[in-house]
Design a protein around this ligand. Sequence first.
Ligand code: NAP
Length: 253
Amino acid sequence: METKNKKAIVTGGTRGIGRAIVKELATNTYFKGVLSDVAFIYNKSDEAAQQLINELENSQTKLFAIKADVSSFEETQKAISEAIEKLGGVDFLINNAGITRDTLLLRMSEKDFDDVIDSNLKSVFNCTKAVLKNLISQRSGRIVNISSVVALIGNAGQANYVASKAGVIGFTKSVAREVASRGITVNAVTPGFIKSDMTDKLTEEQKQKLVQNIPLARIGTPENVAKLVAFLCSEDADYITGQVISVDGGLAM
Ligand code: NAP
């Protein structure tokens, strides 16, 4: 059994799936080596960030909140340097931050498109680039990118979002090939319909329609996704790289 805490950076840690990932990595002892000190990055929710720190106060791990916009290259380089300094290194990067600006393409503005690509795809480049030298020099590391099941099947009203999430899959596979020889794995997780602020925006009618298409006939939880992320960070997952793994109740099978 490893006893030393791992060091994880999670983007978008204040809410939804990211928050569940922070909690899982900071408290889980089920998978070998996954108990982690965590630096999480968020954009706006100061109160939620403080609440999470308070909630995990008594865990055996250290937690740091860093406010930065991961769609900005410069801001991200500073935030990740700060995270690595506070943690004293980095083992895992979880690229989870993301936004939606849903509308049909006919009505989609250039800003709707650019904002989503920058927050969901460019952010993954920004963060990955910022940790890569550290991971390469220690010849180990785990990168988990949160894509979406819609990247596999498309979704009307989400051309910007789906393009960003499909980009994340291509990025994942390419970087996985680049860094495999250095002992670093890079995988993508594609959640289906998961309860969070992002999906709370949908109308009841939209939610019911979505659930009808899910073989397991229910919405997933952020914890369903967080458990898979923890597994991909564990030593048990050391032969898995370049993969796209769905947590979607069977939606995209
Ligand atoms: P959420 O509840 O809306 O939370 C989004 C998180 O990302 C928040 O912590 C937010 O920080 C952070 N964030 C957004 N833009 C950022 C930026 N530019 N810089 C730094 N942080 C930023 O979302 P969620 O539903 O948990 O989704 C998490 C990830 O899973 C996203 O990538 C999403 O696309 C993906 N996903 C979600 C679902 C789903 O059904 N929920 C399905 C498939 C994929 P603030 O709190 O400070 O704003």
